[in-house]
Write a protein of this length. Structure first.
Length: 297
């Protein structure tokens, strides 16, 4: 398997510093990297893809560190450590470089932004206890929507929940449940992103969603829907029913309910579920675009 050079992988070490010095160094390195023309990028990508030229990969990663920083700071309102977001975004960038095919006619930035955001999304989701509990698609979506809609960290009252429920097409109890679980985040998540007041404060940007971001999200959703549909087609009818009811429905069915529906034991339903999930994992792992598709139990 092709691996990126140690010096490229080492970029992420700058992003895990406890203070702002590591992130400042990363910022300086990103700003010093030359901007590649379309032809330069194409030639570097071909050298890496066809000849495993690690120097070419190194140049591609360095050239797009700006994109990592720009993307990471869009998530500053989640109050996670910005250095951690940069670290995860850099890992996503390196995955994009490894899988990028210049012959398809797209720029690396168009392809890489998907991987960078997927890596950061994974990190955000794994960092909040609420999301480790909430496994339905609806609550995953509400997690991000509520973070943008709420103007403070104070818990919602019933009237506010009713208003948001109408806006997001759900019920007030679901809104209150997600809001309550959001309030259970680890205390360390409430620490400031940066403690100094120097030029690095420029990393905090306007939190309003931009059109490019919204378009990217829509494209990701369409891609994920198509991939899930393809995966389900590889399952038996009973396996599709179990996976759909257990993971894809807004209101999940229990093992007991499915056992009654199929007139089999609860343990047998679990076995069918595990077998189906393993088939899906194998299928998704064969697709380079599938990194942020995760089913949780």
């Amino acid at each position: 398997m092709t691996t990126l050079p140690v010096s490229v992988s080492g970029l992420t070490e700058w992003a895990v510093a406890e203070d702002s010095s590591g992130l400042r160094k990363f910022w300086q390195q990103a700003m010093q990297a030359p901007i590649l023309s379309g032809e330069e990028e194409y030639q570097l990508a071909r050298r890496f893809r066809e000849h495993n030229d690690l120097d070419a990969a190194h140049k591609l990663v360095h050239a797009y560190l700006r994109l990592v920083l720009k993307t990471a700071r869009e998530y500053a309102n989640y109050r996670l450590n910005l250095a951690d977001l940069v670290q995860e975004g850099t890992v996503g960038l390196m995955h994009a470089v490894k899988k990028f095919d210049p012959e398809r006619g797209n720029r690396l930035s168009t392809y890489a932004i998907w991987w960078i955001r997927a890596a950061i999304h994974d990190f955000i989701l794994s960092s909040w206890r609420m999301v480790r509990i909430a496994t339905t698609q609806l609550k995953r979506q509400l997690f991000f929507k509520l973070r943008q809609a709420k103007s403070s960290s104070a818990p919602l009252n019933r009237e506010e929940a009713l208003e948001l429920a109408k806006k997001f097409g759900t019920d007030a109890d679901t809104i209150l449940d997600v809001d309550h679980r959001m309030g259970g985040a680890d205390a360390s998540l409430n620490q400031p992103v940066l403690e100094d007041s120097g030029e690095m404060l420029d990393l905090i940007v306007d939190e309003r969603p931009n059109q490019e971001y919204l378009l990217s999200n829509r494209q990701q959703q369409k891609l994920q829907t198509a991939m899930v549909r393809q995966g389900l087609e590889r399952l038996s009818e009973r396996e599709r029913r179990v996976v759909s009811c257990r993971f894809l429905a807004d209101k999940q069915m229990t093992l007991e309910s499915l056992a009654q529906e199929f007139a089999i034991s609860r343990e047998r339903v679990r076995q069918i579920e595990n077998r189906a999930m393993e088939k899906l994992r194998v299928f998704f792992q064969s697709l380079p675009e599938s990194r942020d598709l995760v089913f949780e139990n």
